[in-house]
Design a protein around this ligand. Structure first.
Ligand SMILES: Cc1ncc(COP(=O)(O)O)c(C=O)c1O
Length: 428
């Protein structure tokens, strides 16, 4: 197939996500991905330092995952998941549950991170409905992001993303993100709302709020929040869509906790970053509230591609790679490199808020933070020109690489950032 003029052909018909189509540059046409590298149609190579929107784990085109998907496609590519099941779904469920907090015992499949969160909320709300209890309130962090469908927008920050729909979102109670120093304030806000006895669930991105600007908070704080919610019989949902599968240094952010969530959400790295799939897990107690002779207690939710066998095969293959390649050791190595880079950044006056969690390092260029910061586009272009894909969140710069990234590639990314910081004074 001719790759000729892909960008121009794209511009005739395609509407891209999170893109002001009038002013955006022509999209870069990628014709190959291998390891951390993306190659465009001009032969230029980019290091994917953000794992293609936080999805890729072991590198692009990983042969083991590609092979497993191909084998699965030749055997069973898709089958309705109501009234039917298949080995990849059963095996992925078994293997995943074995890695999660031991109270998690049921798996519900969907298509992406937003739907994993939608399912979680509907599960929590219907759980109380089925029990005949009046609990309709949901609590979330003020700066959270759980996706772009209406339910997911409702539990996400009220921001530029949600503004055109503000009057149509359902009401959610928000509490401040408990970043270091703000914990007591968050606990107080939370307890005030929980006391009403009407709270169905609290949903959180555990330890790391990605879209909010890679905000981080401690496991001890989240443990206290979960315990507080449980004191008032409120369900806790942890959205591990970003944090799952090693990003925070452990397999799951919940591995840092002693308290256990009631419901968990997964996507992105679930398939190693190969295929779209979402997954919501719950305790047996929640599941049992839907068991009844009364059909009205059924969970009436599903998607055409629920538990798609190709996605499940990719998920299984990705878990195999974790073992075959000792991926958690690679993750630990990335964290060590980031910590070394953080020390260099601490000494740099252009930078504030340097923080590291597992494979993620983040900081602000200048003071404060805002999504529409005027440095954002210039920084993005600067890195693209140097063959590094970094996608700043406003003036927050972060690195979130595939786990196969080499020391030399990480150094290239660090150097590009340091060059930018050195050039900044000429930008004003
Ligand atoms: C924590 C979290 N939840 C949910 C989502 C939504 O996932 P998706 O884009 O697959 O719908 C995202 C996406 O960035 C996310 O970071």
């Amino acid at each position: 197939m001719s790759q000729h003029n892909l960008s121009q052909r794209d511009q005739k018909h395609i509407w891209h996500p999170y893109t002001q189509m009038q002013t955006a540059a022509a999209p870069i046409a990628i014709i190959k991905g291998q390891g951390t590298e993306l190659v465009d149609d001009q032969g230029k190579v980019y290091i994917d330092a953000i794992s293609s929107w936080w999805t890729n784990l072991h590198g692009h085109g990983h042969p083991h995952i590609a092979k497993r998907i191909a084998e699965q496609a030749l055997n069973l590519e898709q089958v309705i998941f109501a009234g039917f099941t298949h080995a990849p779904a059963v095996e992925l469920s078994e293997q995943l549950l074995a890695l999660l907090p031991d109270n998690q015992n049921r798996v519900f499949f969907s298509d992406n991170g937003s739907t994993a969160c939608e399912v979680a909320m509907k599960m929590a709300l219907q759980y109380w409905y089925n029990l005949g209890e009046e609990r309709r309130t949901i609590i979330a962090f003020r700066d959270s992001y759980h996706g772009d469908t209406f339910g997911a927008m409702s539990i996400s920050a009220r921001s530029a993303f949600t503004l055109p729909f503000a009057d149509l979102l359902f009401r959610v109670e928000f509490v401040d993100v408990p970043t270091p120093g703000n914990e007591e304030e968050t606990f107080a806000q939370l307890e005030m709302i929980l006391r009403s006895g009407e709270v169905a669930a609290f949903i959180a991105e555990p330890l790391l709020l990605g879209t909010a600007g890679m905000l981080m908070y401690s496991p001890e704080t989240l443990d206290s929040i979960i315990s507080l919610c449980h004191k008032y019989d409120t369900l806790v949902i942890l959205d591990e869509v970003l944090t799952g599968f090693g990003r925070t240094g452990k397999m799951f952010a919940s591995d840092y906790l002693t308290a256990q969530p009631d419901i968990m959400c997964f996507s992105k790295g679930l398939t190693g970053g190969f295929l779209p799939m979402g997954l919501t897990t719950s305790t047996e107690e929640i599941y049992e509230a839907f068991l009844s002779d009364d059909k009205m207690k059924t969970f009436f939710h599903g998607h055409s591609y629920t538990a798609n066998p190709l996605g499940c095969a990719a998920g299984l293959a990705s878990l195999e790679v974790f073992k075959q390649e000792d991926t958690l050791a690679k993750i630990a190595q990335i964290q060590v490199s980031h910590e070394g880079f953080a020390k260099r950044l601490f000494a740099n006056k252009q930078v504030t808020g340097v923080r590291v969690l597992g494979t993620v390092i983040a900081f602000e260029v200048g003071e404060g933070g805002s999504y529409f910061h005027n440095l954002r586009d210039r920084m993005y272009d600067y890195f693209i020109e140097r063959g590094v894909l970094l996608r700043p969140l406003g003036n927050t710069l972060y690195i979130l690489p595939p786990y196969c990234i080499t020391d030399a590639e990480l150094d290239k990314v660090y150097t590009a950032i340091e060059d930018l910081l050195a050039d900044l004074t000429n930008w004003q």
